[in-house]
Design a protein around this ligand. Structure first.
Ligand code: PEP
Length: 240
C-alpha cells in the first residue's frame, strides 16, 4: 500500500526565530497522526539548518524548496545536494510553478535537478501542472503529459514524488474538485508507475484534505498557505 505524503511548502516565509517558534509550539501539542504517512515542511534555504535541528523527531521530514543540478562550483546563490544531505535534508521540491515562472526553469532543468537529488539520496518532489489558460483551452492533459515525460526521464519512478499542482489553484483559494484531482493524478500514474507517490497541490485546507486523500490516486498533498500556522498544519496531518 502506498504511503500518504503531506508536505507544507513555506515558500519565502519565516525567519530562523519563527521556525524555532513553530517547532516549540508544535512540540507542545499532543498529536494523533494519520497512519502510514510521511509528513514535513519545505523551508527556505536559510532556515533549513534550524528546521532540521528544531524538528520534534527524525520522522518529521525537512525538504528544501529547490536544489542545484550541480554539486559544487561557481553557481552563486544555489544550494547543492551535498550541502542538503549533510544538513539532514532528505527531500527537495523541484520545478515549483513559481520557479518555472519567475526563474524560467524548464522541464530539462527540472529533470537534471531531480537526477542530482536522487543520485545523492534526496527525494525530489517534482511539480507539474497546467496554467489557467491551458486549463480553459482543454489541453491540461497534453501539457501535463509533456511535463511529466520530460521531468522524469531516466529516473527511478519508485523513488520520486510528483506534485500535481494546477497553477490556477495555487494560492488562489480555488481548489480543484476531488474528481478532477483524481482524474489528473490517475493520468499521471498512467505515465509513471504504481509505486510513484503523487500529490495534489493547490489551495488545500484542513477542511478539504480528507476527501482529497480518499481519492485512490491522490497519495498526499503539497500545501502552501495552510501549512504556515501550527494548528492548521496539525489539522492536515492528524487523524480525524
Ligand atoms: C504551493 O505552494 O505549492 C501551494 C499549493 O500553495 P497553496 O496551498 O497556498 O495554494
Amino acid at each position: 500500500m502506498r504511503k500518504k505524503i503531506i508536505i507544507g511548502n513555506w515558500k519565502m516565509n519565516k525567519t530562523p526565530s519563527e521556525v524555532k517558534k513553530f517547532f516549540d509550539e508544535f512540540k507542545n501539542k499532543k498529536i494523533e497522526f494519520r497512519s502510514n504517512m510521511i509528513y514535513g515542511i519545505a523551508a527556505p534555504s536559510c532556515d533549513l539548518y534550524y528546521a532540521v535541528n528544531e524538528r520534534p523527531n527524525d520522522n518529521f521530514v525537512i525538504s528544501s524548496q529547490d536544489i542545484s543540478k550541480h554539486l559544487s562550483g561557481a553557481y552563486t546563490g544555489e544550494i547543492s545536494a551535498l550541502m542538503l544531505k549533510e544538513m539532514g535534508v532528505n527531500y527537495a521540491i523541484v520545478g515549483h510553478s513559481e520557479r518555472r515562472t519567475y526563474h524560467k526553469e524548464t522541464d530539462s532543468d527540472i529533470n537534471a535537478k531531480a537526477k542530482t537529488a536522487l543520485e545523492n539520496g534526496i527525494v525530489p518532489i517534482i511539480c507539474v501542472g497546467e496554467t489557467l489558460q491551458e486549463y480553459e483551452s482543454g489541453i491540461s492533459k497534453q501539457v501535463v503529459e509533456k511535463q511529466v515525460k520530460e521531468c522524469v526521464k531516466d529516473l527511478d519512478l519508485s523513488k520520486i514524488v510528483i506534485a500535481y499542482e494546477p497553477v490556477w489553484a495555487i494560492g488562489t483559494g480555488k481548489t480543484a474538485t476531488n474528481d478532477y484531482a483524481q482524474e489528473m493524478c490517475k493520468f499521471i500514474r498512467s505515465l509513471t508507475s504504481n509505486e510513484t507517490l503523487i500529490q495534489y497541490g493547490g489551495s488545500v485546507t484542513p477542511e478539504s484534505i480528507d476527501e482529497l486523500l480518499n481519492q485512490p490516486d491522490v497519495d498526499g498533498a503539497l500545501v502552501g498557505g495552510a501549512s504556515l500556522k501550527v494548528d492548521s498544519f496539525i489539522s492536515l496531518i492528524e487523524k480525524k
